[in-house]
Design a protein around this ligand. Structure first.
Ligand code: ADP
Ligand code: ADP
Length: 228
């Protein structure tokens, strides 16, 4: 698990107005923080800077107190959980969860892979579905497989980029509670990007509000709700 510290982070694309403008934020170990704001305010850019997919123009990014600006994504041990699940339809749930371990050829024996996948499946209540293919699963189960991939690597933090934005309202509601329960059960540091007010107000411990690249406010959902 990890704390994540953003210190005066700036991202400029070309000569334009910064997409992320002097953002400072302390994310505590185990915290579930929501990044909210209108389309184009810099949410994805900030998330991609944290995970290492986007260069940092200036400022510092610390994970557990260590500066990681120049570390490759694979050396940051953070796991992105994607919107479309990015599951392999031709692979079983077991192989989908095992996938990140198989990429690391030689590092894990078959026994270790089996053990880690079974532990993740147990946590996510997917054990009885391990032999199925993603096409035969519900939306909620598929989301859990996607999270299984993050868990199996024992990532320090989960980063969610609008994971529910393409779902219909009913499924979105169901998945909201699944994600919230799972995050609390695992207690893993999570940064969750959304432009959906309901998700922002119900999911996280704190909400960070971005506007035109600038961090406007960081508060608990309750504090935000009680504002005039
Ligand atoms: P959000 O995720 O909140 O919708 P983004 O982080 O995608 O916002 O975008 C923030 C700003 O940066 C927008 O003005 C967007 O057009 C710009 N932007 C994002 N990615 C790029 C890029 N690769 N090149 C140039 N401008 C970009
Ligand atoms: P979102 O609003 O979900 O961030 P966008 O449609 O803004 O999605 O961006 C989709 C992709 O296009 C992202 O990878 C982003 O970095 C890139 N992008 C966004 N704006 C620009 C831009 N002005 N120039 C180049 N790439 C951009």
């Amino acid at each position: 698990m990890a704390s994540i510290t953003l210190k005066n982070l700036v991202k400029k694309y070309g000569d334009g107005f910064p997409a992320v403008n002097d953002v400072s934020l302390d994310i505590a170990d185990g915290e579930f923080i929501i990044l909210v704001g209108p389309s184009g305010c810099g949410k994805s850019t900030l998330l991609r800077m944290i995970v290492g997919l986007e260069d940092i123009t200036s400022g510092d990014l610390l994970i557990n107190g260590e500066r990681v600006n120049d570390k490759a994504p694979r050396d940051r041990n953070l796991a992105m959980v994607f919107q479309n699940y990015a599951l392999y339809p031709h692979l079983t749930v077991f192989e989908n969860i095992a996938f990140p371990l198989r990429l690391n050829k030689g590092k894990y024996s078959d026994d270790q892979v089996r053990k880690l996948v079974h532990e993740a499946a147990d946590t996510l209540e997917l054990t009885e579905h391990l032999d199925r293919k993603p096409g035969n699963l519900s939306g909620g189960q598929r989301q859990r497989v996607a999270m299984g991939r993050a868990i199996v690597r024992q990532a320090d933090a989960f980063l969610f980029d609008e994971p529910l934005s393409n779902l219909d309202a009913k499924l979105r509601g169901q998945m909201r509670s699944e994600i919230s329960q799972m995050q609390r059960r695992l207690g893993v540091t999570s940064v969750y990007v959304t432009h959906d007010q309901t998700e922002a107000m119900t999911l996280g411990d704190r909400v960070a509000v971005l506007k035109k690249g600038i961090l406007q406010q960081v508060a608990s959902p309750r504090e935000l709700y009680e504002q005039p």
